[in-house]
Design a protein around this ligand. Structure first.
Ligand SMILES: Nc1ncnc2c1ncn2[C@@H]1O[C@H](COP(=O)(O)OP(=O)(O)O)[C@@H](O)[C@H]1O
Ligand SMILES: [Mg+2]
Length: 245
C-alpha cells in the first residue's frame, strides 16, 4: 500500500534519514521504533509532504508520490498527528477538530452538523469529557493531543500516522486510542505508529521497523520481535554496557 525506497534527508551536516527503504501493508499497525534523534519524525514529515526528500521515492499503491504537497497526501487518505501538538489556541475545540477539513474560504460541513461531528469523533478517541466551546489553548496538553487526534480521525484516514501521539495521554485515554488503532487496522487501514515505548510497541504492532542514526536496522514481524532484540537493534551500546556490568 505504501512504500519508501532509498529515502534520504539531511539538514546541513546532519543526516536525518539515510537511504531508508520500507514496505507498509494495508490492515497493519506498523511501528517505527528508535531512540531520540534516530530519524522517526523526519520520516513522518516526509510521509506527510511537509518536508521533501533529497533522494529516494515514496510510492502509494505502487505509484511514485514524491514532490507532493501536504494537501496531496491528505487527498490520498493520509492523516498525520505530529509530535508537536499543532493546535490553534484561540479557536474552540469544534473549529480545531474541523481545521483543514473545512476549505480555506468555505465551510464544507453545515453549521448545525459541526458540533455533532466533533462530539462524535472525540467520543471515539477519548473517555475524558471535553468542553467543545472552550478555546483549545486553555486545555491541558493531553487534551489538546486528543483534539488533534480527533482532527485526524474525522478524515477517516486510509493511512494514519501517529508520531508519539499517545505520549501525554492518561491511562484511560491511551487505552481507548489503542483500541481505535487496532480497529482501524482491522478495517484495512494502515496505522504507522511511531514510538520508543517498548510496552506500547509490543502490545500494538504487527510489524516493527527499527531506525538507528537515520538508517533502517531491520523490519520484523511481531512474532520475531522481543524486547531484548528490539533494544539490541535500537541501542546496541546499551546492551553491550549491560553485558560488561
Ligand atoms: N529541522 C531540522 N534542522 C536541523 N536538524 C534537524 C531538523 N529536524 C531534525 N533534525 C535532526 O535530524 C536528526 C533526526 O531527528 P528526528 O527525525 O526528529 O528524530 P526522532 O524523531 O527519531 O527523535 C536529529 O539529529 C535531529 O537533530
Ligand atoms: Mg520525533
Amino acid at each position: 500500500m505504501l512504500e519508501i525506497a532509498n529515502l534520504s534527508k539531511r539538514y546541513g551536516e546532519t543526516v536525518a534519514l539515510d537511504d531508508a527503504s520500507i514496505a507498509f501493508s494495508a490492515g497493519t499497525v506498523h511501528t517505527i521504533m528508535g531512540e531520540n534523534g534516530s530519524g522517526k519524525s523526519t520520516l513522518v514529515k516526509l510521509l506527510s509532504g511537509v518536508v521533501a526528500p533529497d533522494r529516494g521515492e515514496i510510492r502509494v499503491d505502487a505509484v511514485p508520490f514524491v514532490g507532493r504537497t501536504p494537501a496531496a497526501f491528505q487527498a490520498h487518505g493520509f492523516a498525520t498527528v505530529f509530535q508537536e501538538v499543532l493546535i490553534a489556541p484561540d479557536r474552540n475545540v469544534i473549529d480545531n477538530i474541523l481545521l483543514g477539513y473545512d476549505g480555506p474560504f468555505r465551510r464544507r460541513m453545515p453549521r448545525d452538523r459541526r458540533r455533532q461531528a466533533a462530539a462524535d469523533t472525540l467520543a471515539h478517541c477519548a473517555r475524558t469529557a471535553i468542553d467543545l466551546d472552550i478555546n483549545a489553548g486553555w486545555l491541558p496538553l493531553a487534551t489538546q493531543q486528543l483534539v488533534v487526534l480527533a482532527r485526524a480521525l474525522l478524515r477517516r484516514p486510509r493511512i494514519l500516522i501517529l508520531d508519539e501521539a499517545t505520549a501525554a495521554l492518561d491511562f484511560n485515554d491511551r487505552e481507548i486510542v489503542f483500541e481505535l488503532i487496532e480497529g482501524l487496522a482491522r478495517e484495512g487501514s494502515l496505522v504507522l505508529f511511531v514510538s520508543h515505548r517498548m510496552d506500547e510497541v509490543l502490545r500494538l504492532s504487527h510489524r516493527i521497523t527499527v531506525l538507528r542514526s537515520g538508517r533502517v536496522v531491520e523490519t520484523l514481524d511481531r512474532a520475531d520481535a522481543s524486547a531484548e532484540r528490539l533494544l539490541a537493534s535500537m541501542a546496541p551500546e546499551i546492551v553491550e554496557e549491560r553485558r560488561h556490568a
